[in-house]
Design a protein around this ligand. Structure first.
Ligand SMILES: Cc1cc2nc3c(=O)[nH]c(=O)nc-3n(C[C@H](O)[C@H](O)[C@H](O)COP(=O)(O)OP(=O)(O)OC[C@H]3O[C@@H](n4cnc5c(N)ncnc54)[C@H](O)[C@@H]3O)c2cc1C
Length: 470
């Protein structure tokens, strides 16, 4: 344990048994979805000194007060489902688990919003909303484990984003405990966008008002394409239908779907398109537009029998990685227009073990979730090499104009390529104001100093390693 005795006593005096520092707890909180190669762990302080299960915003104020007095870093964690290291400590300190924040749920049917604790898991929130005839507008495919607060702080997109936007567009208001200890409520009139993708570096979200929609039924259609070029052309045509979601899989992922459901679908690119439909005429119109889009793009229409199971498959990512002896995950955002070459290269680089799930997040861009799934445990060296390869394919500047999905720890230093230089400037100004001692999730968003050579930042080291080794 590296916390000073007096610091530990300060935490336990105020937080009692919600402070834990037994070996097992510390190990559980030392990683997120993506376990790290041993060599990487040598360079970061990923095992915390303590874990606090926070219950109230007043607890959070107290934690920031102690953290500021003692300069102990805090790292927020909710579902722990992101694979970018955002909820993994970089400089040890204390992990604040926000999953136990007081539960509340209040729907405003006139404003079409729901006010809730940020630690609510998407599937639980959706279930409560559906009972009242409402629905979330967009949600991640990690729906059954991810929390609303984690999704916002991670800067997420998801199913429904092509119609309703990403995390930012879902927020009507946010309550945040700033690292100064002040509790602030931000509404549309304020710059809420700074908190989206901020990974807890600007404060801890303690309440969220999300926008809602009426629970309009969805109709689905499915299609297949023979090549990445046909798929991308198809996505462009399908996006013109203004759907609720377009979700697609690569041939190896289709093979896994076949294995799971006992089907024999062709190993091709497969897309499911979903649209909100209230009336029969709307459904007919959707079918006509869909048929025309497939005709224009050279795809084949999928037998309707399979569609429900494929649509349900969108939540199976966790089962798949849970059942794999070893895996690596990354995510990248790509424009349809310029990504064909990248798509082909990605597949040839990781031939046989690459599983891709894509979701259109706007009419022009898609998010590509990349899994490498292995049939057996792989060595740490192999994992390290593949980790660097994935880093390179996620970050390298190229004609495809791709960007990492989020920053977290692994892609810290890429904030301005995701959100733009002006936003980064605003972010830095705000950070300086609210967290001058850099105690709120240090090492995230802004590339941290390399632990053993503090004149160098982590980003160039990882970048160089990915160039040299590959
Ligand atoms: C199979 C799979 C599918 C996925 N699908 C999607 C998808 O469709 N769309 C998508 O966007 N992502 C997806 N993800 C990534 C991830 O699951 C989501 O972004 C998720 O919403 C993160 O929420 P979480 O509660 O797990 O957050 P965590 O992983 O716990 O935290 C994420 C970040 O937020 C910070 N944080 C957490 N809580 C707070 C808080 N209360 N205040 C301030 N900061 C906080 C953490 O420090 C961390 O930096 C997927 C991941 C997997 C493994």
């Amino acid at each position: 344990m590296t916390l000073k005795k007096t610091t530990r006593t300060s935490f336990t005096r105020h937080l009692g048994k919600n402070f834990k520092d037994d070996y097992t707890t510390l190990q559980v909180y030392s990683r997120d979805m993506a376990d790290l190669p041993k060599q990487v762990k040598l360079f970061i302080g990923n095992v915390p000194d303590g874990v606090i299960q926070v219950r109230t915003k007043e607890d959070m104020q107290k934690i920031y007060q102690i953290a500021n007095e003692t300069k102990v870093p805090i790292t927020q964690r909710s579902g722990g489902t992101a694979g970018f290291g955002g909820s993994v400590p970089y400089k040890k300190g204390v992990v604040v688990d926000t999953k136990g924040l007081e539960h509340h749920f209040l729907v405003d049917p006139l404003e079409l919003t729901v006010t809730t604790n940020p630690s609510v898991v998407f599937s639980d929130l959706q279930r409560q909303l559906n009972l009242e005839g409402f629905s979330l507008c967009a949600y991640p495919s990690s729906f059954h484990s991810a929390t609303v607060g984690g999704w916002i702080a991670h800067g997420g997109h998801g199913i429904g984003s092509i119609q309703y936007g990403g995390a930012l567009e879902q927020i009507a208001a946010l309550e945040v405990v700033l690292p100064t200890g002040e509790i602030k409520r931000y509404t549309e009139e304020d710059d809420i966008s700074l908190f989206v993708g901020s990974h807890g570096t600007l404060g801890t979200i303690t309440e969220v008002a999300l926008r809602l929609k009426f629970d309009i039924p969805l109709k689905h259609q499915g299609c297949t394409f023979d090549s990445p070029a046909e798929l991308l052309n198809g996505l462009k045509h399908l996006a013109e239908i203004k759907p609720f979601s377009i979700w697609f899989l690569n041939p190896d992922h289709v093979a896994l779907f076949n294995e799971l459901f006992g089907y024999n679908l062709p190993r091709s690119y497969l897309a499911i398109i979903s649209k909100e439909v209230s009336f029969e005429e709307e459904e007919q119109q959707f079918n006509t537009l869909f048929n025309n889009a497939i005709r224009s793009s050279g795809g084949q229409i999928l037998d309707r029998r399979y569609i429900k199971d494929i649509w349900d498959f969108r939540f199976k990512g966790f089962t798949l990685i849970g059942e794999s002896p070893d895996y690596l995950v990354t995510e990248v955002i790509l424009p349809i227009e310029t990504s064909e070459r990248y798509f082909r290269k990605l597949i040839s680089k990781f031939r046989g073990k690459i599983h891709l799930e894509g979701e259109m997040i706007s009419p022009t861009h898609y998010a590509l979730l990349v899994y490498l799934l292995f049939d057996e445990k792989i060595s740490d060296i192999k994992k390290m090499i593949l980790f660097l390869k994935l880093y390179k394919v996620t970050t390298k500047r190229s004609k495809s104009k791709r960007t990492p999905y989020s920053t977290g720890l692994w892609f810290s230093g890429y904030y301005s390529s995701i959100y733009g230089k002006d936003q980064y400037k605003k972010y830095l100004e705000f950070k300086k104001k609210v967290d001058p001692k850099n105690i709120s999730n240090p090492g995230k968003v802004i590339s941290p100093k390399f632990r053993f050579l503090p004149i160098i930042k982590l980003k160039p080291i990882v970048k160089l390693a990915s160039k040299l080794m590959l």
